[in-house]
Design a protein around this ligand. Structure first.
Ligand code: DGL
Length: 282
């Protein structure tokens, strides 16, 4: 038997442009409480949803490099925009030159897998940021899993700013939630399952349910991403061995720590300590 020693164990990194990835971290913590995690929200530069490919790639790569400097071996891009725009190039162009023990995973594949199993009519839908919808990432993943499914999509550019500005439970949010759901549902009346393809959207869930017919299921991706990470570590024990397990959490933001802590506690339903870090310093 091979003797493994001097392993540099590290936390799992969870990244989002802002607060949305906390919905994913919340579920991951429930499922894998013993693991250590570092969360980073690039709040100073959020939202990423309508930024160019080049910027989303550059910002996401800076974040991934920062996580590796903190000792992470696995980084989850808990952001559909970063997953759809930057993940492939990070995996194919950046990681091969770095270190064979580093992994960067996204949220689109596990969500696409879930929806292919849940629909009965074969007509599904995704709501996301401009970038996620334009990238057609969900179409591409679903096509690989079940080419017979029909996917309809709708970009909801106002939803992330509504959440980031704490307006998600205010009456003003109703207008934009209803508008995009009406648009989406008018495109295909057979839709029976809708994916919330943005990690910010679970905060709008109550309003989304309110404006969606009862016979349509709404899929929030956080639980599927958490299950998929647990499954990944089970299938890759060599990566699991590299994850430290002392139930430690570190929360970081590129903007004001105080502001982040305030809103993050609403996502996490607990108060947290937050560090401000700089990403753009080379
Ligand atoms: N939570 C991110 C996502 O899942 C939000 C993107 C943004 O910053 O616009 O897409």
């Amino acid at each position: 038997m091979a003797i493994i020693k001097n392993l540099n164990l590290g936390p799992i990194g969870i990244f989002d442009s802002g607060y949305g990835g906390l919905t994913v971290l919340s579920e991951i913590k429930k499922l894998m409480p013993q693991y250590d995690f570092i969360y980073l929200g690039d709040n100073a530069r959020a939202p990423y949803g309508n930024r160019s490919y080049e910027l989303v790639y550059e910002f996401t790569l800076q974040a991934v490099k920062w996580f590796f400097q903190q000792g992470c071996h696995i980084v989850i891009l808990a952001c559909n925009t970063a997953s759809s725009k930057a993940l492939r190039d990070i995996q194919q162009k950046y990681l091969p030159d770095v270190n064979s023990n580093k992994r960067v995973l996204g949220v689109i594949r596990p969500t696409a897998e879930a929806i292919t199993k849940l629909t009965k009519t074969g007509h599904v839908a995704v709501l996301g940021t401009e970038n996620t919808i334009q990238s057609k990432s969900y179409e591409k993943e679903i096509e690989k899993l079940n080419p017979d499914l029909q996917l309809t999509s709708e970009a909801c550019p106002m939803w992330v700013p509504i959440v980031e500005n704490k307006e998600y439970d205010k009456p003003g949010a109703d207008y934009f939630v209803k508008q995009h759901l009406d648009n989406l549902l008018s495109k295909d009346e057979k839709i029976d399952t809708i994916i919330l393809g943005c990690t910010h959207y679970p905060l709008l869930l109550q309003k989304i349910i309110q404006y969606t017919p009862k016979n349509i299921s709404i899929i929030s991706q956080d639980t599927y991403v958490a299950e998929s990470l647990r499954d990944y570590l089970y299938r890759h024990p060599e990566m699991d061995l590299l994850c430290s397990k002392n139930a430690r959490r570190r929360y970081c933001t590129t903007e004001s720590a105080e502001k982040f802590g305030d809103l993050a506690s609403l996502f996490l339903k607990e108060s947290i300590e937050v560090e401000k870090i700089n990403l753009d310093k080379k």
